[in-house]
Design a protein around this ligand. Sequence first.
Ligand SMILES: O=C(O)[C@H]1O[C@H](OP(=O)(O)OP(=O)(O)OC[C@H]2O[C@@H](n3ccc(=O)[nH]c3=O)[C@H](O)[C@@H]2O)[C@H](O)[C@@H](O)[C@@H]1O
Length: 431
Amino acid sequence: MMTQLKPPILSSSHLDTSIKFKTPSYAFYRLRFHPTRLTLWSFLFLFFLLLFFLCSPPSAGGKRRSLQTTRLPSNWEVKARNSARPQSKTDFTVLVTGAAGFVGTHVAIALKNRGDGVVGLDNFNNYYETGLKKARKTLLDRRGVYIIEADINDAALLTKLFEIVHFTHVMHLAAQAGVRYAMHNPASYIHSNVNGFVTLLEASKNANPQPSIVWASSSSVYGLNSKVPFSEKDTTDQPASLYAATKKAGEEIAHTYNHIYGLSITGLRFFTVYGPWGRPDMAYYFFTKDILRRKEIKIFEGADHATVARDFTYIDDVVKGCLAALDTAKKSTGSGGKKRGTAQLRIYNLGNTSPVPVVKLVSILEKLLKVKAKKRVLQMPRNGDVLFTHANISLARKELGYKPSTDLETGLKKFVKWYLSYYGGKKKSAW
Ligand SMILES: O=C(O)[C@H]1O[C@H](OP(=O)(O)OP(=O)(O)OC[C@H]2O[C@@H](n3ccc(=O)[nH]c3=O)[C@H](O)[C@@H]2O)[C@H](O)[C@@H](O)[C@@H]1O
């Protein structure tokens, strides 16, 4: 075997023949006449390629899906068409991305309840317990909302979906959420909040008709701003986390697609949304879990014991804001990728206008759960968190009729009731 890898020793007779037949170079011999070495290099190349793929960070939460590989049940198109059929005069057919997520589930149900056609899309990633996402899916199934299990980065699937269903609106809620997790898995934020958003906008601008888009931005875009309450007119160029930076990037990307392709786009800056069927990665949710388990909870404070506060906003209020944004959205002006006129571009704060300190949140939970929390107060680590949020909602009130009406204590009461029922062994629906 080894002799095959060596170049042949050229005798003088060999040199003679080289006059008639051009003598291959040493390098050429190595490549052309040594298949074993070639195989070895090919094997090594494939091995490193595989290694690179396996070591690359997973997409949001860990599930790896590449383009056009989503395996869907054979009847998915029929199910999507049925689910998309409106039963009201509004004639709305809405694609809800992130439909198995917290806000997505609530919005999809509200739309279905009023007779809109609704199709959900969700990748069911394991950023937090997938069992909760499946339970939300069951709720939607019961109401006749079909969720396609796929990633918003699957361009081929989106193109197909927009062909078979003519969506009037897209309610885009799929995202990699969470402020602090961005330090652990930065790539997942780029994957979902930047790449995924662009993939969705590409499919939307190519669709005929183009849908109107309403999507979830975040209060975190106000970052380190100190002027309160936060207004849509304020500059937002000091994000404190990569999460905030990707949401801010989304707002700029939205501007571009509106400008070039005539897509009607409305961004909603949500302020720490909480409530039943919420997100287990959020403080109110895991504080509840830890208080019940008698586990210590960490309460952050700023420098010099500065209070950390949030403008906690109850889910039902946010859902009303989402529906109002859809109802007031003007049509996109383009079609088939071409702009035909100026289109609507809007941004609204959906907050509660009354920030509550995190220590107060904890005392409300203690009262509702009838358990004293084991608290440890510590200085906020530099993890992307900001000290406080406070929404000015006058624009949303004026243009959307948005009027939040649930204070934190009332909202947490509903959350705790749901939590105890959901985790109380029966795991039955709290709706
Ligand atoms: O409004 C928003 O834009 C954002 O609201 C939340 O982010 P956040 O407000 O940081 O909500 P939590 O993670 O639930 O934290 C709430 C408060 O509890 C504090 N906290 C959190 C965790 C902890 O262990 N201790 C603690 O005191 C945080 O500093 C914060 O002030 C969501 O997680 C984001 O996805 C969303 O976009």
